[in-house]
Design a protein around this ligand. Structure first.
Ligand code: NAD
Length: 500
């Protein structure tokens, strides 16, 4: 299928190539797909103003009715799933099954939000005063700014927007400048449903195409009580203090540096499958990609050849071709960062297998690499960094405590895994003295989360939680309420203040 057909089927022909603006490219061969106009300072300000106005109406719409908008949107996404999946492959470079999986995630979180729209529960709390009623209620927060990364160009926005919308907020989405077409195609489906939904003001959700400056305008605007930002730790470090300076809230989903421990009792074949998907899948461009493998020394000699063989046989090529398992890196700078990390590994004395550029026929402008396996006898400085590319560092360990210490000894804290059949090791890994990450898995890899659980990580990953469980609370304001239904006026803590 040619690129124009993919764009057409995803309904984005309304944005053909034109001069000026910002180029949308495909990492498959580096060609330009479209040239899009971008927001300017005035248009962003107007959209923020519209979102603030829309909030005044949307917050008063009953939550289950707000959920109905998401239900209709999800129905449309279901119908368009193949077209949207192909567009993700075209613009973000994910293999088709992962593109479709991402669209499924969009549908799943909308379904979750529909149920949630009838479950935004508060608490009643025992009051110390007679004839008093103490409550906790959750109210909509306001317009929410959502800034997203290139590698989940549809799902991450929906994790945020689906919850934010049922919670009664309006949404302003600044997608990555590398995946704007995915944003346009997905938001178009929501716009369609908003237009047919009398309870929804047109500005209930808006898309803002642009570069970092557009994100910065959202970050600095006092009308936005919450900025949810997904991307690199460098981005979070720049943005967090700016939002804090105006006493706004942030929900930060930043870089990871995820490890897996392979213990002596691990099922080696199960572990191998999980490791290769987590490390080489999505060309190593997931925040939860496996980057560090901590292998019990007794297993290293057995696991290493299996990994090398699996890596050597991975089909690399266009993500649109059936059978491909490793697509391209997003762009040339991702390739350069990978090569520089591998150079640092070699300089530290590690053995590097793979990592070289691969040139599939006819796709010369794309940056394809053989996923790299880097073996070392102990951790070295480069292993502490997140390089957003398929590099798997493998180091041996002697004792379980040492393995745990190595797993936790990085600045990031997103996802983690252990492969073991030893119940004590598994339970320790999941306990307060085990993994320090937001996600901890046993006998499955660190990547590939389900939407039912809260998603996010600790330390330099930013501490935010979105998606399932009670993450919705981040998109609401909590109000504690006291009602006196007696004829007396008792004060809390027995304080006396007699007034005649
Ligand atoms: P990036 O940080 O380069 O960009 C992310 C977004 O932030 C883009 O929309 C960009 O325009 C915007 N941005 C950058 N600087 C900004 C600033 N100062 N103010 C406002 N907006 C700004 O990230 P990327 O290369 O698109 O994505 C890869 C990174 O994202 C990796 O580090 C990965 O681990 C991380 N990521 C994290 C999660 C998670 O849930 N923890 C999920 C996906 C990706």
């Amino acid at each position: 299928m040619n690129y124009q057909t993919i764009l057409q089927e995803a309904g984005i022909l309304a944005h053909p190539a034109r001069s000026g603006g910002i180029e949308a490219r495909t990492p498959i061969d580096g060609s330009v797909l479209a040239q899009l106009p971008i927001e300017n300072t005035e248009s962003v300000a107007a959209k923020i103003q519209a979102a603030s106005q829309a909030f005044l109406a949307w917050r008063a719409v009953p939550a289950p009715l707000r959920g109905e908008l998401l239900r209709r949107f999800a129905e449309r996404v279901r119908q368009e799933k193949p077209a949207l999946g192909r567009l993700i492959s075209l613009e973000a470079g994910k293999i088709l099954s992962e593109g479709l999986g991402e669209v499924q995630e969009v549908i799943d979180i909308c379904d979750f939000a529909v149920g949630l729209s009838r479950q935004l529960y508060g608490l009643t709390i025992a009051s110390e005063r007679p004839g008093h009623h103490l409550l906790e209620r959750w109210h909509p927060l306001g317009p929410v700014g959502v800034i997203t990364a290139f590698n989940f160009p549809m799902a991450v926005w929906t994790w945020n927007a689906a919850l934010a919308l049922v919670c009664g907020n309006t949404v302003l989405w600044k997608p990555s400048e590398k995946t704007m077409l995915c944003a346009l195609a997905l938001h178009r489906l929501l716009d369609e449903q908003i237009a047919k939904f009398p309870a929804a003001p047109p500005a209930v959700s808006q898309l803002l195409v642009g570069r970092r400056a557009v994100g910065e305008q959202l970050v600095d605007h006092s009308a936005l009580p919450l900025i949810s930002a997904t991307g690199s730790t460098a981005m979070g470090r720049a943005l967090g203090p700016r939002v804090a300076a105006r006493f706004g809230r942030t929900l930060l989903e930043l870089g990871g540096n995820n490890a897996a421990i392979v213990a002596p009792t691990a099922d080696i074949h199960l572990s191998l499958r999980a490791i290769v998907f987590a490390a080489a899948g999505t060309a190593g461009q997931r925040c939860t990609s496996l980057r560090r493998l901590i292998v019990h020394r007794s297993l290293s000699a057995r696991l290493s050849p299996l990994l090398r063989k699996a890596y050597a046989s991975l089909p690399i090529g266009s993500p649109l071709e059936p059978g491909t398992l490793v697509g391209p890196l997003i762009d040339a700078s991702a390739f350069e960062r990978m090569q520089s990390a591998l150079g640092a590994a070699r300089a530290a004395g590690a053995t590097v297998v793979g990592g070289e550029r691969v040139r599939p026929a006819g796709l010369d402008g794309g940056y394809y690499v053989r996923p790299a396996l880097v073996e070392a006898d102990k951790p070295f400085a480069m292993m502490s960094e997140e390089t957003f590319a398929p590099i798997l560092y493998a180091v041996p360990y002697e004792s379980f405590d040492a393995a745990l210490a190595m797993q936790n000894d990085v600045r990031q804290g997103l996802s983690s895994a252990i492969f073991t059949n030893d119940m004590r090791e598994a339970e320790t890994f999941l306990s307060a003295t085990g993994s320090d990450c937001g996600i901890a898995n046993v006998n499955t890899g660190p990547s590939g989360a389900e939407i039912g659980g809260a998603f996010g990580g600790e330390k330099e990953t930013g501490g935010g939680r979105e998606s399932g469980s009670d993450s919705w609370k981040a998109y609401m304001r909590r109000q504690t309420q006291t009602v006196n239904y007696s004829t007396q006026m008792p004060l809390a803590q027995g304080v006396q203040f007699p007034v005649d």
